[in-house]
Design a protein around this ligand. Structure first.
Ligand code: ATP
Ligand code: MG
Length: 327
């Protein structure tokens, strides 16, 4: 069976790390891929006036999954609609530390499951009168149920024991109240253990005792912020992958952006993008191959060549070649 993968390198270091992930996937002899490259971002906007051409939307919609690099100034015009194209409701952001790398908290292995469609990112903002603006925070039972079911299933399938539901229902009684009560109902239906945590206190606990957390289910904004906080604990943006998962389709991208400060120099760390490709393999059901890719990245992080963000002087290509060698 051949899997069709939309490949959207985008701008800046997206152009450098996306081919790295493709070459790692190509090195797997047990899975067949057909890669279909498509354009998005600043460069294609300058050329055609559109940051996300219809052709790219169609390619992503038809593919089995999408690999996305980064977009520069046009990021919001590209990634938000692309998440819609794949129907994504869950943003999965694993933050883990690696042996041999400096990290603020070297014993971290947390997966943030972030609601990806509503909350304070509803996009409903208004200027009521001059000098007064409002935002409507939307929380629905349906979306809360979807993300909670996804989170509890993810924990079970991936062997994580502790599930934490992040919320602020003591203040946002209606909206986070619904989020929390729906997630607790899902846990009860599954007979699953869980903890709840007020998101502000959770931020502190994540910094001090990250080893106590496995899977954290979060409303949209909280998930965005807490996962970046955890990125800081484990060693930086060059390491963090993510998945945007829908019912049938999914998009995989590094947490980092286009990094214009180092773009074109050939020194971007490909690890985040390659680990995003490992998440794509998980999604397609190739657990063994996903594990092999992760092991290869981990081995290179521990004792192979390193890019400058990790204190080395190796190129993106040299690190990618080392990962492929490990495979
Ligand atoms: P964008 O607007 O596209 O998000 P940005 O300026 O915010 O761009 P990021 O990509 O978010 O840049 O990166 C923030 C910092 O982290 C930059 O200094 C960048 O060089 C560094 N960085 C990000 N990703 C990587 C990577 N893969 N390898 C090395 N350094 C990286
Ligand atoms: Mg950025």
């Amino acid at each position: 069976m051949t899997h069709e993968i939309a490949v959207i390198p985008g701008d800046g270091i997206g152009q450098e790390v996306t081919p790295a992930a493709v070459s790692v996937l190509e090195a797997l002899e047990t899975v067949d891929f057909e890669f279909v490259e498509a354009a998005a971002g600043d460069a294609v906007k300058a050329e055609t006036g559109e940051a996300l051409p219809q052709e790219t939307r169609d390619i992503a919609a038809d593919a089995d999954a999408t690999l996305f690099g980064a977009a520069g100034e046009t990021a919001a015009d590209v990634i938000l609609p692309l998440r819609d194209v794949v129907g994504s409701f869950a943003n999965v952001r694993p933050a883990r530390s690696y042996p041999g790398l400096d990290a603020v908290q070297p014993d971290t292995d947390i997966v943030f499951i972030r609601e990806n469609t509503e909350g304070v990112y509803s996009g409903i903002e208004n200027e009521i009168v001059d000098g007064v603006r409002t935002l409507t925070r939307v929380v629905t039972e349906d979306a809360s149920r979807d993300i909670a079911e996804f989170g509890f299933d993810y924990a079970k399938q991936n062997g994580y024991d502790d599930v934490t539901i992040a919320h602020k229902a003591n203040v946002m009684r209606e909206t986070d109240g619904l989020f929390l009560e729906t997630a607790e109902a899902v846990a009860a239906e599954r007979g699953a253990d869980y903890d709840t945590a007020l998101m502000d206190a959770l931020a502190m606990h994540l910094v001090m005792t990250p080893e106590e957390y496995d899977v954290v289910i979060c409303p949209n904004l909280a998930g965005d912020m807490l996962s970046d906080l955890a990125a800081g604990l484990v060693g930086g943006l060059g390491l963090l992958p993510s998945a945007n998962v829908g019912e049938e389709n999914a998009l995989f991208e590094p947490v980092h952006g286009s990094a214009p400060d180092i773009a074109g120099e050939g020194i971007a760390n490909p690890s985040a993008m390659v680990l995003s490709a490992a998440m794509l393999l998980d999604h397609l059901g190739y657990d063994e191959e996903a594990g092999r890719v992760r092991d290869a990245v981990e081995a290179v992080l521990e004792s192979g060549p390193r890019t400058p963000d990790l204190g080395g002087d190796a190129s993106t290509e040299a690190v990618t070649a080392a990962i492929v060698d490990e495979l």
